[in-house]
Write a protein that binds this ligand. Structure first.
Ligand code: KG4
Ligand code: ZN
Length: 341
């Protein structure tokens, strides 16, 4: 198996991107097609699950066809199908899972169900040929904030997670409160460039007795209270200062947790992943903090941070070579825990 190329067709449909990719040996991306539904959901201020499922159904065949065409492959050339089966929106996941099963069944190709967060972590393998476990990884997306010890391929220990809102969710909610719309992360990042990050001191929440857990709902409430207070006093609100100060509070909390884990576990490699990992201020703060400790810092390109299928192909490859296979009973698992199968 090791001398032969393993070509994986990967499918991702857990939220609001319909995506397919062809990935060779887990690290070489031959195609990475993403059909985003963001403009559609923007009309409603967030993802509407039923609309997401319907759009996935409408687009998935074309997206897969395009991924194969761009890679110069056909279904006959594919060694395995990898598909996200959780966590995510159940109706959205089902579209990808049903599609993957249909192709695997019709073509008699092995099927591998992939954990979405494992996909985000594995996005780091694609552009960093030197990156191998063990390392520490902070996964920060719209649905997840997980500090993870990657002990080996497919072997994870969750050190901490959010006890309320995910980091990306906090970005989305605060963006809405200052009229920036969905998705909030990129809009806050842009607005923050015009603002003063030290203008407003927002709390950097900690969770008592759980140093690796995160909490962002208090920070979100502090921003809302600040806006309400200022409005009641008839003061003008400086959205750029709010965006910059809020972003700094999130970034500081993320970096503090990451450094605590580095100091305790003594790992020499640290990676970030997920939609929020495309945030420039976060990346630079992490890079500086890691450099100070002599720790090598990794992050995927923005296109591999937000949801995509190339990362599912990377994770699926390591599952595949470890012999993991799923049967025709593979189902969507909306609350799938990392490390569970
Ligand atoms: O990983 P992802 O595409 O989907 C999930 O698995 O959740 O992450 C989407 C999240 C959204 O909450 C979005 O606001 C946030 O990532 N995000 C950002 C940035 N780009 C996307 N947050 C901060 N700064 C960004 N540049
Ligand atoms: Zn994601």
């Amino acid at each position: 198996m090791s001398d032969k190329e393993v070509k994986i067709l990967a499918i991702e449909s857990s939220c609001d991107e319909t995506a397919a990719a062809v990935v060779v040996n887990g690290r070489e991306v031959r195609s990475n097609i993403i059909s985003t539904q963001i403009p559609l959901h923007t009309l409603y201020g967030g993802v509407v699950p039923e609309i997401a499922s319907r759009k996935h159904t409408e687009r998935i065949n074309q997206v897969i066809q395009e991924a194969l065409r761009e890679a110069g492959e056909t279904l006959d050339d594919v060694d395995a199908i990898a598909v996200t089966y959780g966590p995510g929106l159940v109706g959205a996941l089902l579209v990808g899972v049903a599609e993957a099963k249909a192709i695997a069944f019709a073509k008699n190709i092995p099927l591998v169900g992939v954990h979405h967060i494992e996909g985000h972590i594995s996005a780091n393998y694609i552009e960093n040929p030197d990156l191998e476990p063990p390392f520490l990884c902070l996964v920060v997306s719209g649905g997840h904030t997980h500090l993870v010890r990657v002990k080996d391929y497919g072997e994870y220990e969750i050190l901490g997670h959010t006890v309320d809102d995910a980091a990306g969710e906090a970005f989305d909610k605060v963006a809405r409160s200052i009229g920036l719309g969905y998705p909030g992360g990129p809009k806050i990042e842009k607005k923050a460039l015009e603002g003063d990050a030290d203008a407003i001191l927002f709390p950097k929440a900690k969770v008592a007795d759980h140093p690796y857990d995160f909490s962002f709902s208090g920070l979100k409430s502090a921003v809302l209270n600040y806006i309400n207070g200022a409005t009641m006093k008839g003061e003008t609100i400086n959205e750029a200062d709010i965006a910059a100060s809020f972003q700094k509070a999130v970034v500081d909390a993320l970096v503090d947790h990451a450094m605590l884990a580095i100091d305790e576990f003594g790992c020499d490699k640290f990676a970030i992943a997920g939609g929020v990992a495309s945030n420039g201020a976060f990346r630079e703060a992490m890079r500086a903090a890691c450099e100070k400790r002599g720790v090598k810092f990794y992050h995927p390109s923005p296109i591999l941070c937000t949801d995509n299928a190339a990362m599912i192909g990377a994770a699926g490859y390591y599952d595949f070579i470890q012999g993991k296979r799923d049967g025709w009973d593979l189902n969507a698992v909306p609350n799938l825990k990392l490390g569970e199968r």
